[in-house]
Design a protein around this ligand. Structure first.
Ligand SMILES: [Zn+2]
Length: 462
């Protein structure tokens, strides 16, 4: 009898642990639209009104909030729900700023959050007010359900992610790290890929390449354009740029990329699978890399430190041989790259004393080891992907940079997650940073539930 009573008590508890999703959907959509309607375009990135909105929503329910600002109109918000302290905290993160818009390109005004045909249209719908709203809902629901936690859950709403990290994650890590220190972090940097309306697989960012910038400067005597010179700086620079562009840096792999290609093979055509499985075979690797370089350039980049010449500057009039010409290279280093070694190698490749290699400052990210894929965090995410979407999870090394790099460099295991989006939507101009931006309402709601389950799975008392 006693045991039976305990059983009922436990199952009642289990029921109470699940939010009333029908009601939550309405509320989540209301917060989502309200946040989307606040213009936080960066630059200038006036995030204060969005932070004020979050602050009120959290404080209304008794969740304590702190804000930290390097610049008063660009604050970061931190809210914390206490756990028993048995485990180290979980950090959930979303950024409040969005990229700029060209209003002429939008069918619905870019900060209107118009609902149409099952979509919500606004800047920030998939980058990153989806994550931001999911984090807010997780905090509100954890508090309401009074769920016992083994670890603190910390919500960080950061400013300046889109190009001004000095006011956002960099500022927080360098000045207020104890406020956000955690064992694990869930943030943007992943998602689910739909193709033909079907969810195909999940991507979870576990590591990323590190951006650097380098300038090639060629010098030579100036002269009259009517008397061509072999030492022409533009000609020397062009040769150097062509050599660097053709240079294939050595192929490298890590746990993330090995698992990525292996798992990608399981959902590919036999022909594709042969390439994804064959990339680890030294006898086939060269040919497969060549195929990637032409047909799947992102995969080619994932296998190495990549170099792309993206700016060139030289000359000022048609009849003058300029004495200087320069090109700027976008280098995306493999996480374990030794930059001094790479540049020494580049010098040999260029093999021209008239061309100098100069390192240039840029908004870079600190190097860090990849987050583990054989731990409770990754496995929890994987099982929640299975539960909500029924598909396989690919760990991904992102070719672009995210704010997670700052946290990984401090030892936090970070995982990039996001909602399901249609692969066809990007080319149509509806993706992150596109002319327009939108999300399927149903996928926004599914993401909130998936994110909730992942956070609860990691934080709730065992
Ligand atoms: Zn973003």
């Amino acid at each position: 009898m006693k045991r039976l009573a305990l059983f009922f008590a436990l199952s009642a508890f289990a029921v109470a642990q699940q939010p009333d999703w029908a009601r939550v959907e309405e509320e989540a959509m209301r917060h989502f639209q309200a946040l989307l309607r606040i213009d936080t375009a960066d630059p200038p990135g006036n995030e204060a009104p969005a932070v004020e909105y979050l602050k009120q929503a959290l404080e209304r329910e008794g969740i304590p909030v702190k804000t930290f600002a390097l610049e008063p109109h660009r604050p970061n918000l931190v809210a914390r729900l206490k756990g028993s302290g048995k485990k180290r905290p979980l950090l959930i993160m979303g950024h409040t700023d969005v990229v700029n818009v060209d209003p002429k390109k939008w069918r619905f005004p870019s900060f209107s959050a118009t609902r149409d045909g099952g979509y919500v249209y606004a800047r920030g719908t998939v980058d990153d007010k989806d994550n931001l709203t999911a984090c807010l809902m997780i905090m509100l629901l954890l508090k309401r359900l009074n769920l016992p936690l083994d670890r603190d859950v910390i919500f960080l709403a950061e400013s300046g992610e889109e190009g001004s990290v000095r006011v956002g994650i960099k500022y927080m890590v360098e000045n207020h790290f104890s406020e956000i220190e955690a064992e694990y972090c869930l943030a943007e940097g992943g998602g689910l890929t739909r193709k033909g309306g079907q969810v195909r697989y999940a991507s979870v960012g576990t590591t990323e390449k590190i951006p650097y910038a380098v300038r090639l400067v060629a010098t030579g005597p100036a002269g009259h354009g009517s008397v061509p010179l072999r030492t022409n700086a533009i000609a020397r620079l062009s040769q150097a740029v062509a050599k660097v562009a053709a240079w294939q840096t050595p192929m490298r792999m890590n746990d993330t990329t090995r698992a990525y290609f292996e798992r990608l093979a399981t959902l590919s055509t036999p022909e594709e699978a042969e390439r994804y499985n064959g990339i680890v075979n030294p006898a086939k690797a060269a040919q497969i890399q060549e195929y990637f370089a032409v047909h799947e350039p992102r995969h080619h980049s994932m296998l190495r430190t990549s170099i792309s010449p993206n700016m060139i500057k030289a000359g000022y009039r048609v009849n003058v041989i300029p004495s200087e010409a320069e090109a700027t290279l976008d280098i995306r280093a493999f996480p374990t790259e030794d930059m001094n070694e790479l540049l020494a190698e580049m010098k040999k490749v260029i093999n021209d004393p008239a061309v100098e290699i100069v390192r240039v400052a840029r908004d870079t990210r600190p190097p860090a080891a990849p987050s583990a894929i054989q731990n409770e965090a990754f496995q929890t995410i994987e099982s929640m992907v299975k539960k909500h979407y029924g598909v396989i999870t690919l760990p991904v090394m992102q070719t672009g940079a995210t704010d997670m790099a700052y946290l990984r460099a401090k030892g936090i295991q970070c995982y990039g997650i996001g909602p399901a989006t249609d692969i066809e939507d990007g080319p149509k101009g509806f993706g992150a940073h596109s002319d327009q931006e939108r999300i399927l309402e149903s996928e926004f709601q599914r993401f909130v539930r998936y994110h909730w389950d992942a956070a609860v799975g990691l934080a709730k008392a065992q």
